[in-house]
Design a protein around this ligand. Structure first.
Ligand code: ADP
Length: 294
């Protein structure tokens, strides 16, 4: 099974080109769509989820034309949006039962069994009677997954899922996603590089509406091997280094600054480091900035 996106473009009425000729093939398993805020991730996710129109291009899911067979696609789709809206004063159990009914499961007994199974799978069974409005961030996200799983979808879209979760909640959420991602397509849209490196078999980077690269995390990391250089500098030296070298990232470390540069050769008293996905991410985004600045 795969999701094939071809030549997808979208310009909003205000002139913002949110997607520019995006070509992307997403196989079964966990897929990470990585990009900074404003990159076009939500626009792409909402278009795949049949919630908004594209200007041109096509999206095919397992032979189905997503842009034209919206109702068929919706039956195969689970969507966990960035903002789930207001969480009402109603229990998770009742809310899931209601969603299941809306999704066409009319047999009460069948619905009851399904809701129980979903609550167990998402580790919410013990709090099933509590109001959703009292749930923590992590519990809300797991509830979001439970509702997305109703109807055995082939594709689940999760938009910016771990923002605001504490490390333990994030871990629990990751485990849940990777269990789900074994047999269906799960697209995880995020600006958090670690979410992708921890979880995803395949990935893509998007920025300013353009797809910059796609592949397996280990493969894309291999492509920058021998090109990522590190140096520890004083804070006041940062500006000068940024002007002189192709600095892709800088972070504070015990009062000093660790900088990474992208270069085919040693820029000048830097040390070669083995690259991480973060280096891939920052170097691809930097390259686009440079070409658009020219
Ligand atoms: P991301 O999810 O990666 O943060 P979005 O898809 O939300 O990116 O946004 C991509 C670009 O499109 C941004 O510049 C954003 O401001 C713009 N945008 C998003 N939604 C709308 C809209 N409804 N109308 C106009 N511009 C929009």
């Amino acid at each position: 099974m795969e999701l094939k996106i071809t030549n997808l473009s979208k310009t909003y009425p205000n002139g913002v080109q949110a997607l520019r000729n995006v070509d992307l093939t997403i196989p079964t398993g966990m897929f990470g769509l990585l990009g900074p805020n404003g990159a076009g991730k939500s626009t792409l996710m909402r278009t795949i989820a049949t919630l908004q129109e594209a200007d041109s291009g096509s999206i095919i899911l397992d032979g189905m034309d997503v842009l034209n067979q919206k109702n068929d696609v919706r039956k195969q789709l689970g969507y966990l949006p960035q903002e789930f809206g207001v969480y009402p004063k109603i229990s998770a159990e009742m809310m899931l039962d209601h969603f299941a009914e809306l999704k066409g499961i009319i047999n009460k007994k069948e619905r009851k069994e399904l809701v129980k199974a979903l609550l167990e799978q998402t580790n919410l069974y013990h709090v099933r009677k509590k109001n959703l409005s009292s749930y923590s961030g992590g519990m809300k996200q797991r509830f979001g997954i439970a509702q997305a799983l109703i109807g055995n979808p082939k594709l689940i879209i999760v938009d910016e899922p771990t923002a605001g979760l504490d490390p333990a909640e994030r871990n629990r959420f990751h485990n849940l996603l990777s269990e789900i991602g074994e047999n269906i397509i799960v697209i995880l849209s995020t600006h958090i590089v670690d979410d992708v490196s921890d979880l995803c078999k395949n990935m893509a980077i998007i920025n300013e509406g353009q797809l910059l690269l796609q592949g397996e995390p280990s493969e894309v990391i291999k492509n920058v091997e021998g090109k990522i250089w590190e140096k520890v500098i004083e804070k006041h030296e940062l500006k000068e280094h940024q002007e002189k070298y192709n600095i892709i990232s800088s972070r504070l470390y015990t009062g000093k600054i660790i900088i990474h540069a992208y270069s085919e050769v040693n820029p000048d008293s830097f040390n070669l480091v083995s690259p991480s996905l973060e280096d891939v991410y920052f170097s691809s985004i930097k390259k686009v900035k440079q070409t658009t600045n020219v």
